[in-house]
Design a protein around this ligand. Structure first.
Ligand SMILES: [Zn+2]
Length: 136
């Protein structure tokens, strides 16, 4: 059997990580729309970069977010406005740092790679500082 290739784009199921079933009552219509938009932008980014990545953290219902060490109470993961992608070799983070114009075009903000060893955090709303690349 030939090796399966990675899917070309991330799907909602990748983003929800099964939590849409366990925490259905927290998943409002607005939050679902946010999730679709986050995936649209992030899939666009990965296509542009030529780097496909898996989700390491997608939607975090409040009860789950509370168990994540260091996760902010106001985390954008709560409302499906943020995603963490596997990035052990740092290649996606490095690409994002080198292409702030693409982040701007797609409407994405990047947590500084110094704060995200091994993963890449992207969000679809600006942080309070408004900086395209920011520290949490
Ligand atoms: Zn994150």
């Amino acid at each position: 059997m030939p090796a399966r290739k990675l899917p070309p784009t991330l799907k909602l199921a990748d983003y929800y990580m099964g939590r849409d079933k366990l925490h259905r009552s927290e998943l409002s219509r607005e939050i679902r729309a946010n999730a679709r938009e986050t995936l649209r932008r992030v899939n666009g980014l990965m296509r542009r970069a030529g780097l496909m990545r898996k989700v390491t953290s997608g939607w975090r219902p409040a009860t789950i977010n509370a168990t994540v060490p260091g996760a902010a109470r106001g985390s954008k993961h709560l409302s499906c406005l943020a995603i963490d992608l596997e990035d052990r070799n740092g290649a996606l983070d490095a690409w994002c740092l080198a292409h702030p114009d693409v982040l701007e075009e797609l409407g994405l903000w990047l947590e500084h790679p110094d704060a995200t060893p091994g993963w890449c955090h992207l969000q679809t709303q600006p942080p309070r500082s408004g900086s395209r690349v920011f520290y949490p």
